[in-house]
Design a protein around this ligand. Structure first.
Ligand SMILES: Cc1ncc(COP(=O)(O)O)c(C=O)c1O
Length: 451
């Protein structure tokens, strides 16, 4: 019988009952190999049967503590009963009518709710798609439409998605770009400020300054005039790139540059938004107000939804200039409305307090394991960077991969970020006790990989 009940007390932590993968998981993975695109990146053989809160049960009855949230998505936990109820209720009313051709209230209400939480002064308007990459496409197209300019500046290490416009801005791993050239022309990249990897003794302000100088003294001087740039797109905390938190001055300086030259500042909150960092949006940790914010992942607790929210004065494109058949699906909107209410009612606060506790736990691993070079992040967006030598900071890539596997074997789900970091991005309902369990397992797994 299944170990995880739909109702009743949850098991406190992981329970591994079979070898991994178990027999049922193995059979499904075999079938998957035959019919599913091999382009997906599966780091370990988890075949989920059910999820509840921060726990996941696999098809063989093994229980895992989920510190991935399905890549930072299930903000309110797996299958939050109120989100499920909202989905069921909306499903009984209508599943689809295309919000781009007709009207329905859930989409309007979601626009209103997003306006209430948007990290810049209103009024606002929102464009609804189905994914992060569509949110980014919408933001970049809007910037081009509004400014009548062609070019975009993004950052090395950035991940903005895999459709062609977003992929052009993405500069994370070459595998993601190989054989897909040419990218959308007119996309330029600048260094993202990484304080940990700067020369010893460099102040955070100086690290930010180096990135800004690259834009002003290299890009603007040698490659692209600023009055031909439509937007700068930036992750307020770099996600796939390694959970890198930039110095405060960086985002402020980007705001100054974009304002000075009439470009839009697009803040990609697809991974860092919806409460993950202990505030609704990561940009709120700075005093910066963007022009456009892109949102997806956590917004609907697992249903597909991507949004570009902009100041109304910028979103003036005419009917037909951009749309999506499924974008703003009513069931996804219903899930998002409940998600936002739950986040505001306490889950964002939980992310801040449990995140601070978990960060302390992760930092304590540094004393015991020399391979842990850096621990950083905000709220429940925590990155742990592994290095072979704390002096040279040589990237511990194989050790990182081994650590992910060791965690899985012990019932803890984590994913890598960047070349040699792991990310902790659990559902935001994680308890202090579960955070402690995750750190204990990490401790054992680090010992097992011999570090
Ligand atoms: C910051 C950021 N932007 C955009 C995307 C693309 O989102 P999606 O995979 O939903 O297209 C991601 C996905 O990881 C992301 O982290």
């Amino acid at each position: 019988m299944s170990a995880l009940k739909m109702t009743g007390a949850l098991p406190k932590g992981p329970q591994i009952r079979t070898s991994l993968p178990g027999p049922k998981a193995k059979a499904i993975i075999e079938r998957d190999r035959a019919v599913v695109s091999p382009s997906y990146t599966r780091d370990y053989p988890l075949v989920i049967a059910r999820g509840e809160g921060a726990m996941v049960e696999d098809v063989d009855g093994n229980l895992f503590l989920d510190c991935t949230a399905g890549i930072a998505v299930t903000a309110t936990g797996h299958c939050h009963p109120e989100v499920v109820q909202a989905i069921v209720d909306q499903s009984h009313r209508f599943l689809h009518m295309s919000g781009t051709d007709f009207y329905y209230e859930p989409q309007v209400r979601l626009g209103e709710e997003l306006s209430a939480i948007a990290p810049m002064k209103g009024p606002h308007r929102s464009f609804f798609g189905n994914s992060g990459t569509e949110a980014v496409e919408a933001a970049l197209k809007l910037a081009k439409y509004h400014t009548r300019r062609h070019n975009v500046i993004a950052f090395f290490g950035a991940f903005h998605g895999r459709s062609m416009g977003a992929l052009a801005a993405t500069a994370s791993k070459v595998t993601q770009r190989k054989r897909f050239f040419p990218m959308v022309p007119g996309t330029f990249h600048a260094p993202y400020p990484d304080v940990y990897r700067a020369a010893p003794g460099t102040s955070p302000d100086a690290v930010a300054d180096a990135s800004i100088r690259f834009i002003e003294e290299q890009l603007f001087v040698s490659l692209v005039p600023p009055d031909d740039v439509a937007a700068i797109i930036v992750e307020p905390i770099q996600g796939e790139g390694g959970y890198i938190v930039p110095p405060d001055a960086f985002l402020q300086r980007l705001r100054e540059i974009t304002a000075k030259h009439g470009m839009l500042l697009v803040v990609d909150e697809v991974q860092s938004g919806m409460g993950r960092t202990g505030k609704m949006f990561a940009i709120e940790h700075s005093s910066v107000e963007p022009d456009v914010v892109t949102i997806a992942k956590g917004i609907a607790s697992g249903l597909p939804l991507g949004v570009a929210t902009a100041k109304s004065e910028l979103m003036t494109w005419p009917a037909g200039s951009h749309a999506s058949t499924f974008g703003g699906n009513p069931v996804a909107c219903a899930a998002a409305l409940t998600t936002i209410r739950l986040l505001r009612d306490g889950i964002v606060k939980n992310a801040a307090s449990v995140g601070a506790h978990m960060m302390e736990g992760a930092r304590s691993l540094m004393a015991k394991h020399r391979v842990v070079g850096d621990v950083r992040g905000r709220g429940l967006m925590i990155g742990i960077e592994l290095v072979r030598d704390r002096q040279t900071k040589e990237r511990a890539t194989t050790e990182r991969d081994a650590l992910v596997q060791e965690c899985f074997r012990r019932g803890l789900l984590v994913l890598g970020a960047g070349r040699n970091a792991i990310r902790l991005s659990p559902p935001l309902v994680l308890t202090t006790q579960q955070a402690d369990t995750a750190i204990e397992i990490l401790d054992q797994a680090l010992t097992a990989v011999g570090q």
